[in-house]
Structure formats: structure tokens, C-alpha cells
Design a binder for this molecule. Sequence first.
Ligand code: AGP
Length: 637
Amino acid sequence: MCGIISILSKKDDVIGDLIASLRKLEYRGYDSAGISYIDDNSVLQTIKTIGKIEVLEDLVTKNQTEGVVRPPSKPSESEFLIGDTEHRSVVQQETDYEELGRGSIGIGHTRWATHGKVSPQNAHPHTSNGVAIVHNGIIENYRELKNSLIRDNFEFDGESDSEVIAKLISNHLKNGLEFIDAFKNTIAQLSGTFAIVAIYDLAPNIIIGTKRGAPMTIGLSNDKLNFYIASDAIALSTLCDEISYLEEGDYVICEKSDQLNYRILTENWESIERDKVQNTISMADVGKNGFEDFMMKEISEEPIVIDNMITQFNCDFDISHYRSIYIIACGTSFYAGLLSKYWIEEMAGIHVDVEIASEFRYRNLVSPKDSLYVFISQSGETIDTLAAMRKANQLGLDTLSIVNVDSSSIAREAGHNLKTLAGFEIGVASTKSFIAQAMAMLMLTIKKNNLDVRIIKNIMHSILLGKDKIKVIAEKIKDSKSMLYMGRGCSYPIALEGALKMKELSYISAEGYPSGETKHGPIAMIDSNVYSIVIAPFDRYFDKTLSNTQEILARHGPVIFLTTDRAIPFIEDLENNNLADCIIFHEDAVPQENQTDELLRPLSFAMAVHLLAYYTAKAKGLDADKPRNLAKSVTVE
Ligand code: AGP
């Protein structure tokens, strides 16, 4: 999703700080980026481009070093220098320019396209007559607002919904309102979900923002020289040790005199204080720490996440008295919920239904009151999960959230919240947070003193030791036309998770399904270009899964068979079949088999399918941290 950063500074130049914070927002997923700032001649400068932050930075540097100047006219019309390494469509108004100055107030944005194609014109910031805005979210009534502005002789550069915001503010200014009132009146006209920040070249010492349904974090830099408004705490990591999270409807206004004075106001314009909390993000959280990609770093942290959950997870919540449990989530979080269904039903004897949030939120709920509604989300901002939970809250149902990001909307609005301890997850693909979510649900199911996760840790250790074998397999499968992932019981959610990761990272079509369904359709897909990835820990289903595998091999379908050393006596013919690659992980069997081992083993295979997707992406030369079209947190429908 889009990322916002804005700075009002006592320093004479914020451009470098804007770019540095934009880089920290890259993990959210984006397709274009831009900055606006008011230079020391009080002229609004705007540079935006499609492509990566590097392209933007080159443009900024080029403008600053090669003396590209700006029109003297004031209030300046929006100026955009647009450069794009892929499309080479550099659009530049053929006018004389003054040299690009520096500036002590600016806004920046990484755009994940919703309304309007990926184009420089649709990139943010959007400007109008000296006003510049950045926006995260959706303006649902933008069409009627746009038509009204066009009737007021405003011209639009692109097709995005966000562009109306700048022009609405500009229109109120034209009608005589002061900047803050023009902003406030504009917000009152909008419907939808948004986090918006605006600056104005005739009010160069004021920055103003508001939060409605999309996250917004503020903070004063440790050196007290910059005031920040941003989409999340990561953008402010290592800059602001203390931050505050705005609540729904809040405005924040910062004005510079000899100090940076900011105030927070509610939707009804009443002053309010918001808690200052420690920004716990360290460089270790937001750095790659020597790994090539965040995704590899975060997969490698999965065993540590298990330890952290065992030792520090506070699961002060009792599920035993509920007649049934509904788990609602999206994507990988849904698969963590589906895995926990097997555990809760088997180990706690409680019926569980697992639902996709975007379906749950619109369905006519016939849901018993004596049930628990669990909402799982890494970001805590996924709009479908948030909306589903708000619906459950409105119905007076018991809601519990399992969330990885402190002070996120879902964490704050749930009846009860439990925070997972995956640490910050920068890679767009969820990896260690999946492990943390599953562990959270496991620890809700059986109390800590009955929990023995050595089998999971042992197999994960073996997987990491043997990751080069997975890398070799990735090279082998990287050009396959499509893939099938299968598993039974607790391995079925792992098959679904593996298929999603492969899709997300390598863009190869991949379908996950229960092994028992093979003959009910998927077997028609089998041919020499379709790889079947079989999740086959040695458990009660092993024989059945093995026979499904033989059925695939009999039809010349290549197979990647993931299992553990306990299966070795039973897979000799598989290992002699040149269509099958067996990857065998070692359990280093714990002295006495735990009755839970069979249920827990499959979780360790999540690391294997995460690595398989990662290495396949790398073998294809793709960006494992920022896959195309994906956002880390889907904050718009
Ligand atoms: C997982 O790799 C994806 N990035 C995606 O499916 C994700 O799990 C889903 O969007 C839910 O996100 P959340 O956990 O932040 O709610």
C-alpha cells in the first residue's frame, strides 16, 4: 500500500531526509514515488516518477547538480520532472527553470496504484496552485468531486482519486479560506478511507495531516529538528525514539516558529493528547544484517521467532469455554488460521470455522453469540480483516486479534489483542509472521507447560542446513508452466501457503489442494511441465500421500517430495524414480515421541516452502522483497 512521509524542519534542507524515509517505506510495495517541497524562495517544487526510489533520487540529484531551474511564476503551477528507466518517457515542461533550491518543509510518497494506471501523472504528490498533498487510501466520492471541480475550471493531469484533494484545497483557498480551514473543509467533503498530508507554498511554516481509516504516525526527531508525519513507525525508525499514533478522525498540525509546535485535534476540532510510545524499531529490524534480501533474513529468523513466542508471548486469553471459534483473515494469515483449526479441534476439542475476511464482512452472519471471533493479521491494517472485525464488534461478538504490529487499527479495536513476536517483517511476502501467528494459536490451544516444539525446531534446523538442496530444486523448477502443492491434515494449509508464496515470488501459477483431492480434478493438470510439490511429513496420512504421489508419477508428472528421515524405509522406489526429487529433513528424533509431534511437524515445512519460493524467485532474477503488484498491507479494498 501507499507510503506517506512529511517533514517540517528547522534545518534548511529536508530532501535527503524525505528520500531516506521513503526508502524505509519501500517494503509496503509501490510502483511510483515523488516528493514536493517548498524551496527557500517559497516556490513549491515537485519531482515524481514511476519506478524505484533510485530513479527519483537520480532526478533530484540531477536537478540539484545540473542546475535545472524552475519557473519564477508564483504561486507555482505543479511542475513535474518525470523520468522512468523502463519507459523512458521523460516529460518536462519546456520552460526556463530557476535552480532547484532546498527547502525545510516537504512531503513524499510511494504509490501503490489503485485508481488510475501507473503513470507519472498519477504519482503523488498531487499539486494545485502551490498546494501539494500525499494520500494513502481511497476517496470513494472522487468522481462527483472531480466533476464539480472541472465545472470550476480545474484541469486534471491524471485519473487518480487523490488528485481531487489538492484541487479542493486550492479551490477553498481561491474562495478566501486560510490554509488550515481550506484543508479542514476539504476533508469534510471526502468519503472513503484515507491518511492525507498537505503543504502550501504561501504557508511554508505549516504542515497538516489527518487520519481516516489508514494509519498515521507522528514524531519529533531525537535532535528536535524535524517533525514527521508518516504512514508507520518504520519510516521513523532510528529517527524518532518517541512516536504517537493518531486515532480515527484526528488532525495533526505542526507550525514552525523558533520551535516546532504541533497539536493534535479530534474530528470535532478539540485538542487532544495521544500517548507517546517508544519507537522500538532498531536498525537490526530494518536492516538486512548481511543477508541479500529481507525475505531470506526473515526466513532465517523463523526458529528465533518460535523461541521468542515460547518465552515471551503473553497469551492471557482462555478459549476453553467457547462453544466454537471463527477465525477470519486474508492470505497467509488465513492459512495460519486454517492450520490452527486442526490443532484446536484435535487438542482442545472446540469446533473451528476459518473464513476469508472479504467474504465474512459482507455475508449475512448467522453466528452464535457464545463463539469467539479471532482476527489474524500481520500488519493489523488489512482493510477486509479490519472491516470484518468491526462488523463482529458491532454485533457485540467476542473479538480477539492476533497482530504483529503494535498500535495497528485491528490491534486497537479488537475486544482483546494478542501481539505476535515476529519482529518487523519488511519483505512483502509473509514468512516469519506466519510462524508467529501459528505459534500464537498453538499457545492458545495448549498451555505452555504442555508444549514441546523441539520437533519443529529440529526439522527447521535441518532445513536451514540443507537449504542448498532446495536452491538446486528451485533452479530445476523455475521455468515450469505451473505447480501443484498438496498435503493432508496439517500439511494441507502448508501446501496452500507454499502455493501462495510461489505465486507471489516467482509469478508461476501454483495451486494448493488437499492430496486426497488429486483424483477429483487436479490430476488432469499433470504433465511433464507441471511440478507437484508434496508436503509429506511422516504421519498418519503418509501412506495415502505416497500413493497420491505414485499416481502423479505414473502420469509422467515430476514430483518434489518433502519428507523427514523417518520415511526413508518407505521411499526407496520413489528415490529410484528419476521423475521424483526427495528432499529429506532430519528430525533428530526427540527421545520420546510426543503425541503432539505429528500435528506440529508440518509447521516446520513452512520454512521449506518459503525457501523454495525465495530461491525460485532469485533463480528467475526477480525481486524477492518487493514482488510486482503486491503491497505489504492491503489497506484498500
Ligand atoms: C502473504 O505473503 C501476502 N503478503 C498476503 O497474502 C498477506 O498475508 C495478506 O495480505 C494478509 O495480510 P495481513 O496478515 O497483514 O492481514
